[in-house]
Ligand binder design. Sequence first.
Ligand code: S3P
Length: 163
Amino acid sequence: MRNIVLIGFMGTGKSTVGRRLAQALAWNFVDTDAEIGEVTDLSVSEIFRRYGETRFRSEEKIVVARLAQEEALVIATGGGTVLNSSNWGILAEHGVIVSLHASLDVILNRIGHKNDRPLLRSSHEEIERLFLERQPFYEKADFTIDTTFRTIDEVVGEILAHL
Ligand code: S3P
């Protein structure tokens, strides 16, 4: 059974939807950021702060290479995971890639003040630039679900209907 890989910008609901989707399928769920946290014993923001993004990306690559080989796994990736072509290749080879989309306004509203994401600690212009720059990568998915006006259960239902 191929994995289901959730991709998309920060705050599109990859982890929340992924967990619920895994429950619905009775599959295991993993979140690449959480796995990186387990392996390094550091939070994502701590890795960025102490060692920088380059170190985070190399830990991410190792985790992706390991998880992609498993079967019947729902994998929630980080927003930047699939920008790396080798991550994309290995995830696509072993899984169906599902992109979760939301408008930037909704994303920023959802994330609100409890924002501990290093790449969102910038100006609105910078976040918007990142958001737009990444859309072509997310659009390469097998299919995309717009989560903007949908509940978690509706998004899960849409994904199941596409499989
Ligand atoms: C990142 C997204 C984060 C996390 C890291 C970098 C990105 O994950 O991997 O802060 O480059 O977009 P979420 O998408 O789960 O917030």
